[in-house]
Design a binder for this molecule. Structure first.
Ligand code: SF4
Length: 303
């Protein structure tokens, strides 16, 4: 297998990490690089394992996204989808993941479930975990009841656009990782791109995310904003919001991404070869960020 190279790329989550804490950004995209190798230096391996940690809310969100993806895949393959059995299966897999994480199995297998709450031994009451499980069940049930799902099911398969994994496209010479959760062409021959949400909506973050989808539609699918419906489908309450986009707003997204890329590169010791030096990345001043940071044990062990 050819050796992997840490080349510079951009994504929304990368931008978010960079905005929150420069030091965390360093750990996430540089310090942990190569930590999957069995003979990685101890600190690199540690950062790599810590990188995998999710809060329980993030974990629940991922469980729902995986369940939705699996349900759509099953429908696409023409199989029956008994809802209650499917939901029970989701809950059972959650239980297994929780047990593995509690046993901190992720230190041996970093790609298995790794919960921040377990790594940092937070006192989370059983009823909180039970509420999380009920939240996941609610979201999956809501998904099955969505009129949007009924519309998707009526749509011929050849009009589905399934992006099961994120794909990169080139923008101003930088690889950009953006892909909608799901897409299809509706009866009016409009492109519909969907973002599944499982928590409270943050209008500013959602607008940026859907703006990135609009850019994806433009750059990859060659569709102008006027030809695309951008939907935020909240699976917690079943609300589907159509977010309007236009060429001016798309330009604003382009500018925002360009600015983000320039800012990130300004921190690099050698931008051409994407080499970063830890001391250039300052630590956050707001210690509230550190309390919930995966890298707390390395960066601010006194907390
Ligand atoms: S512990 Fe605080 S300063 Fe360190 S990486 Fe995390 S957020 Fe940044």
């Amino acid at each position: 297998m050819p050796e992997l190279t840490n080349t510079f790329s951009w994504s929304r989550s990368r931008d978010h990490t960079f905005q929150e804490c420069r030091r965390r950004y360093f750990y996430q995209y540089y310090g942990s690089w190569g930590g999957w190798e069995p003979n990685a230096p101890e600190q690199t391996r540690r950062l790599y394992v810590l990188k995998q940690l999710s809060s329980r809310q993030q974990w629940a969100g991922r469980v729902v996204h995986d369940a939705v993806e699996m349900a759509l895949r099953t429908i696409a393959e023409g199989h029956e989808l008994p809802q209650e059995a499917f939901i029970q299966d989701v809950v059972e897999r959650m239980r297994q993941d929780w047990r593995n994480s509690k046993a901190r199995g992720y230190w041996d297998n970093p790609k298995t479930a790794a919960l921040f709450e377990h790594e940092y031994a937070l006192d989370v009451k059983p009823e909180v975990w039970q509420a999380l499980s009920r939240h996941v069940v609610t979201c999956v049930r809501t998904f099955f009841r969505l009129p949007l799902l009924a519309e998707i099911r009526r749509t011929p398969l050849e009009h589905w656009l399934i992006e099961y994994s994120s794909k990169a496209f080139e923008f101003d010479g930088t690889a950009i990782w953006v892909a909608p959760d799901f897409g299809f062409r509706n009866v009016d021959d409009r492109l519909v791109l969907v973002d599944w949400k499982t928590g409270a909506s943050d209008p500013e973050a959602t607008a940026f995310q859907l703006g990135c989808y609009a850019l994806y539609a433009h750059e990859v699918l060659k569709q102008s904003p006027a030809e695309v419906d951008l939907l935020e489908a909240n699976l917690r309450d079943g609300l589907v919001t159509d977010v309007h986009w236009d060429d001016d707003r798309l330009d604003a997204i382009r500018e925002r991404i360009r600015f983000s890329i320039r800012s990130m590169k300004a921190y690099l010791g050698e931008p051409e070869s994407n080499i970063a030096v830890v001391d250039n990345f300052e630590r956050a001043e707001d210690l509230r960020l550190c309390r919930w940071c995966n890298y707390r044990a390395v960066c601010r062990p006194e907390l």
